[in-house]
Write a protein that binds this ligand. Structure first.
Ligand code: ACO
Length: 332
């Protein structure tokens, strides 16, 4: 069974409520109808009657909850929560209301925070920054986690490497400035994500242009230090590095370059040394190997919120909603 079908099956087994704030995009309705028909999640779409009539015309939305933010009985509760969370940063009841009504992603995050939804998915017509900033500010990180990062679940066809062609790649989406501490945290979160989605033990490779000291450079030291920190902070995970990509993935190269490594040659979870490397790396594999790239899925947030690519199709939204629902199941 394809990876995404197993995720949909898991989502169906314990249905969660996912909010879609992009009522201004037709793909939201196309996806919503499929999600409802396939029983993947209970859905909430945020939009005024005018927005729904304009962009959702022709779609049968029965069974999908529509929340009109202009006359929602919960509106005051969300304003109060917004001020409670961000009052110290200058948010007032007036500015909270204005922000929620101008940008429904804020509304969606407040619905999650107040327990009226289990997760949110947005980004079909908003940038990654616009999508995730409200989540960072309103939902914040899980206890003990300092930074949210973004991974892709890569499904490489006809591939023996990783877990039968399945990999987690991180961070591909969020943090432009990575130091050893943040790389170590990404290693711990990515191991957890791999195991939650793939159901197999993660083997985490901390990638570099050097393998076990073959090159000397501060960027190599950054990754080698991250391995030490990750082992101390997450003693249960299999993590090693620094490793070049071929040593991480290919047994014969691992035998030559890192023969004693418990990860080299078997890695299924790749932590890239920078956001450039991660973002370029996943797109290379997606485009050249024709891999499925599911994500970016955010890890480390207190509740699941996920981003879409602006080039996404309705089916991509269906997949990300299913992954968000599975993350929500793990939170309970
Ligand atoms: N984890 C947790 N909280 C964070 C993080 C993080 N990684 N980054 C920022 N924050 C919090 C800050 O603590 C701050 O909180 P506060 O308002 O309570 O003080 C708030 O978010 C804003 O912090 P800034 O540093 O001002 O955030 P910035 O304006 O830099 O925006 C963002 C953060 C949106 C994540 C930004 O770093 C960004 O745009 N990253 C790149 C996203 C991107 O373009 N990715 C590539 C495309 S994705 C793709 O190709 C699929």
């Amino acid at each position: 069974m394809a990876f995404i079908d197993t995720i949909k099956e898991r989502a169906r087994a314990d249905k969660k409520t996912i909010v879609l704030p992009e009522s201004m995009d037709k793909r939201t309705y196309e996806a919503a109808v499929k999600i409802r028909d396939e029983g993947i999640a209970n859905l909430i779409i945020i939009g005024t009657p005018e927005e729904i009539a304009k962009h959702g015309a022709g779609f049968d939305l029965s069974g999908i909850t529509i929340v009109n933010p202009l006359d929602d009985p919960n509106q005051q509760k969300y304003i109060d929560k917004f001020v409670e969370l961000r009052g110290a940063k200058g948010v007032t009841p007036e500015s909270a209301k204005a922000k929620m009504l101008e940008d429904y992603m804020h509304y969606a995050c407040l619905m999650c925070k107040c327990g009226d939804a289990d997760g949110a998915v947005s980004g079909a017509c908003h940038s990654t920054g616009n999508t995730i900033l409200p989540a960072l500010q309103l939902l914040r990180t899980k206890p003990g986690i300092s930074s949210v990062s973004g991974f892709f679940l890569m499904e490489v066809p006809d591939c023996e490497l990783g877990e039968g062609g399945l990999f987690v790649f991180a961070d591909c989406a969020v943090n432009p400035n990575l130091n050893s501490e943040s790389l170590a945290e990404i290693a711990g979160l990515s191991a957890e994500s791999f195991e939650a989605f793939v159901g197999k033990k993660a083997k985490v490779a901390m990638l570099s242009f050097s393998t076990m000291g073959s090159a000397k450079h501060p960027d190599v030291d950054k990754v080698a230090n991250a391995v030490k920190i990750a082992r101390e902070r997450f003693p249960g995970i299999d993590v090693d590095g620094e490793l070049q990509l071929d040593a991480a993935l290919v047994g014969k190269v691992a035998e030559l370059k890192a023969p004693d490594s418990p990860v080299a040659g078997q890695a299924n979870t790749l932590v890239f040394p920078s956001l450039e490397a991660g973002n370029i790396g996943y797109k290379l594999v997606q485009r050249l190997a024709k891999a499925g790239a599911y994500g970016p899925v955010l890890q480390g947030l207190s509740m699941p919120v996920n981003d879409l690519s602006r080039g996404c199709y309705a089916d991509d939204i269906v997949g990300v909603v299913a992954m968000t629902a599975v993350q929500a199941q793990a939170q309970k």
